[in-house]
Design a protein around this ligand. Sequence first.
Ligand code: FES
Length: 351
Amino acid sequence: MTLLPVVGLDRLTDDAVRVVFEVPAEARGGYRYLPGQHVTVRLELDGVEARRAYSLCAAPYGDAGRATLSIAVKELGPGGFGQIASSKLAVGDRVDVLPPAGRFVLQEGDEHVGIVAGSGVTPVLAMAEVALARGDRFTLIYGNRTASSVMFLEELADLKDRYAERLMVLHVLSREPREAPLLTGRVDAERLPGLLDAVSPGPDAHYYLCGPMAMVDGAKAVLAERGVQRGHVHFELFHAEDAPPPAAYAETAKVLAEGDVDVTVTLGGRRTQLAMSQDDDSVLAAVLKARPDTPYSCTGGVCGTCRAKIVRGEVAMAHDYALEPEEKAEGFVLACQSRPLTPAVELDFDA
Ligand code: FES
């Protein structure tokens, strides 16, 4: 467990605060990150361990100066880390923060377009800072409900001052009329083509989509229609909306009803063998009992932290919002969504 001290706390909007942690010199190497990655905050809520993933919202620290991690935390309801951060947390408190992870990161290339809604701006802001500093172009299509709910206005204005020619920001508001009808409404599949026409990205631009599932799915469809290569479309979801699991998933209950499944995992270079019973909701739940060091965060099939490669046997996933088709073809699965289809399975978390 690494407890990082809080060294900064400031309000971003009525319901969001920025929390800045300091990384001590001895942990610096392990907390390096790429723009777009997230950290997981581990805390106890009502006596139960809870994990929450937060994107890092500033450019990574360098070799000189202070090493800090900044996250933006939204208050989503009573009892969560959002509420703790906005009402109880104080500078000097120490919080259990797991090292940065995630594959939603800034790509090589000289043109980038962020299509985001609400706090989906967080990872994209870090990407924009780094991309602009290295001389790339960055366009941000940024949807919010009202002007007062826009996070990071000041930071975006600062970037605009520094990189006026290479940064373009389009604010789209769904509950407040803007002067241009194109900028009034949601960033959805209907409005996006007009917005993209207005900014006319080049053919090699990379796109970064971050927001609710409906927005991300709509944007993916629009970009595919416009002929954007799939490898240039990167996305991260806030959370998944409920969808029924595929038919194969029901088969896993039959396999587990026949007896415990033999699960072998490789993690951190060490192999562990364990038994998964029908009481275990997922392969991850079973593995955690024997290997509490197994990486995970959302447990909802969204963040990809629990990704592992199937080495032997077969599993079915309830949901998968994080893996690329090529990763699935290579045998990668999300352990938090997987249950076995064979009496023995082997997963490699180091792959
Ligand atoms: S823990 Fe987030 S996808 Fe499995």
